[in-house]
Design a protein around this ligand. Structure first.
Ligand code: KG4
Ligand code: ZN
Length: 341
């Protein structure tokens, strides 16, 4: 089945054409216009998606060497995300599905992240435990099947990617800062400044606002020259604490739920320390660890097409009235269902 997919939930506009699991065309544009504001400005994001979506669609179709008439199904991210941004891809997708008379499917952005590691052809064993870490979410999810998700824990305040971005901003880095913090931290000495490991009691929840505030306090104490001199050390200390908090939840969850694999998902899955530490944990506990190939780690339409095609192929359809859902709990999802089921 040839599926055309759209992703516009935040600051990436992306279009993909997937043909029975094979990615034939895929273009993603990251909006750099937010850099100057130190965070995503929703109104600007929506306008930029509007400008980009048509040319990117032409580009993805050209790359795939297909025309719109070849498309047999359309899917688009419906949530969670910024409502104005979501509406661009969602309505564009619905319009194309309506014009072509082909089925439409509204896709859950986080479900797409969960399965992105399969885009290179690997099949992940079930159940798997996913660490879903992005700019908007930090969750531990037990995946028992396609559409069967148990959220074991989530952040009580900031997401881990958000903490990276805010701490990067405090130290004068451009938004989004996660990748840069990761790179600079590798050169630093984490022992220069220890940061607290956040405790959220029993269970599998996370918390990142305390770590961000701890960095603010340290920065307030130092002179601009000292900050300049020790930027890498401060970031190394922050990164060590940020990743340790994730690992401190992951290990007991593995021990308790005995999954068949561990999966990294979401933009922070690109983090070098996280990847190294989770691989080491997997080796120690004899568990395979999956992480998407680098181009499928940040927001992208290929992952939207992947889960959308699975649901469309199983007969599931979304109505053309399907709303954008800025908040959409993963646990509301079900296994694919044919219309009328
Ligand atoms: O999944 P994603 O592309 O968008 C959301 O759905 O949020 O994740 C983006 C987040 C940003 O906060 C960015 O700073 C962070 O992922 N990020 C990283 C790294 N690369 C991207 N955080 C830590 N280390 C990285 N290497
Ligand atoms: Zn995302």
């Amino acid at each position: 089945m040839k599926v055309l997919a759209f992703e516009s939930s935040c600051d990436e506009t992306s279009v993909a054409l997937l043909d029975s699991g094979h990615l034939k065309g895929h273009v993603t544009r990251t909006q750099s216009l937010h850099q100057a504001f130190g965070g995503v400005v929703p109104e600007l994001a929506s306008r930029s998606h509007l400008e980009q979506i048509m040319p990117l669609t032409r580009q993805a179709l050209a790359e795939a060497d297909e025309s719109l008439d070849d498309v047999e199904g359309v899917c688009a991210t419906a949530g969670p995300g910024l409502v104005g941004a979501l509406l661009v891809g969602l309505n564009f997708g619905k319009g194309i599905a309506l014009a072509l008379g082909v089925p439409f499917l509204a896709v859950h952005h986080l479900e797409a992240h969960l399965w992105a590691a399969e885009l290179d052809g690997t099949m992940m064993p079930l159940p798997f435990l996913a660490l879903l870490v992005s700019g908007g979410h930090t969750q531990l999810v037990l995946v028992e099947g396609f559409g069967c998700y148990r959220v074991l824990g989530a952040t009580r305040d900031d997401a881990v990617g958000e903490a990276y971005d805010k701490v990067g901003k405090l130290l004068g880095l451009d938004f989004p800062a996660g990748g840069t913090v990761d790179r600079i931290a590798r050169e630093g000495d984490p022992a220069f400044q220890r940061f607290p490991r956040v405790r959220t009691g029993e269970g599998f929840d996370f918390s990142y606002s305390g770590l961000k505030t701890a960095m603010l306090r340290v920065v307030e104490r130092l002179s601009p020259d000292q900050i300049e001199e020790h930027r890498a050390d401060l970031l190394a200390g922050f990164q060590e604490a940020a990743i340790a908090s994730l690992l401190g939840r992951l290990r007991p969850a593995i021990e308790h739920f005995q999954p068949k694999a561990v999966v990294l998902a979401g933009g922070v899955a690109a983090n070098s320390l996280l990847q190294r530490e989770v691989q080491a944990m997997g080796t120690e506990l004899l568990l395979p660890v999956f992480c998407p190939t680098p181009s499928f780690i940040p927001d992208n339409a290929a992952m939207i097409a992947y889960v959308g095609e699975k649901r469309l192929a199983a007969g599931e359809r979304s109505s053309l009235d399907a709303p954008a859902k800025p908040r959409w709990p993963l646990e509301d999802l079900r296994e694919p269902s044919a219309p009328g089921d």
